[in-house]
Design a protein around this ligand. Structure first.
Ligand code: ADP
Ligand code: AMP
Length: 214
């Protein structure tokens, strides 16, 4: 099973990907996570991407498609892939079809998380993650069960993304509207798109996604 989770920044793609990995043994391919790792390691890609990411703009199609290709090549053929934050442009959607074909895979579902834009700024400015295992949290909507302690690994260190500020979020939303939303009609024409109410609680969204995959 190969699926795309589509939705604007803060829609819940990362949160739902983590659940799918845990429940179904799929693998999450998040270009955002890959780029942040490259920035941290100061690789040539990371050095190039950092300023673009800090502004909330999109990194070049070539860079992200190469990351996806390399990660899929390293995956076991029988393991399902969750594309999180990729593709984000029409050129990336074309690249993904070619990359999937190259690896003998097909795209089964595009799941669109529908969210109210007004809620996204609050979701993103309240987002933080465990510095050790990456588990995702939110100040009010999804805090750790015990304050200051990660539910998943027990770490007491957390971090916030430098691009999770109100100004950058506005740019990221504009990028989504202008460049990412237009890829949906192409997938609709292939009858593989299902919409899920991303404003529902995390568990309800997870149940709706499981319903699509079953
Ligand atoms: P994305 O990967 O689409 O940018 P995330 O999964 O990182 O979004 O979610 C953004 C923030 O919103 C996180 O802090 C997360 O804990 C919170 N969140 C995710 N899903 C929901 C939900 N259904 N209801 C409320 N908050 C949510
Ligand atoms: P995300 O973690 O998905 O919110 O992505 C964080 C940032 O990484 C984005 O604002 C972009 O700058 C960059 N990025 C992630 N994925 C892509 C992609 N598929 N295409 C272009 N830029 C991307």
């Amino acid at each position: 099973m190969n699926i795309i989770l589509l939705g604007p920044p803060g829609a819940g793609k990362g949160t739902q990907s983590a659940g799918l990995v845990e429940r179904h043994g799929m693998l999450q391919l998040s270009t955002g996570d890959m780029l942040r790792a490259a920035v941290k390691a100061e690789t040539p890609v990371g050095v190039k991407a950092k300023a673009v990411m800090d502004r909330g703009e999109l990194v070049s199609d070539e860079i992200v498609s190469e990351l996806i290709d390399a990660n899929l090549a390293a995956m076991d053929a029988g393991t399902g892939a969750i594309f999180d934050g990729y593709p984000r442009t029409e050129a990336q959607a074309v690249d993904l079809d070619a990359i999937l074909a190259k690896h003998g895979r097909t795209l089964d579902h595009v799941i669109e998380l529908e969210v109210n834009e007004d809620a996204l700024v609050e979701r993103i400015t309240g987002r933080f993650s465990c510095a050790k295992c990456g588990a995702l949290y939110h100040d009010t909507a999804n805090p750790p069960a015990k304050e200051g302690v990660c539910d998943s690994c027990g770490s007491t260190e957390f971090k916030r993304r430098p691009d999770d500020n109100e100004e950058t979020v506005r740019t990221r939303m504009q990028e989504y509207r202008a460049k990412t939303a237009p890829i949906l009609p192409g997938y609709e024409a292939r009858s593989i798109v299902t919409r899920v109410d991303g404003m529902a609680g995390i568990e309800d969204v997870a149940a709706a996604i499981d319903g699509i995959l079953s």
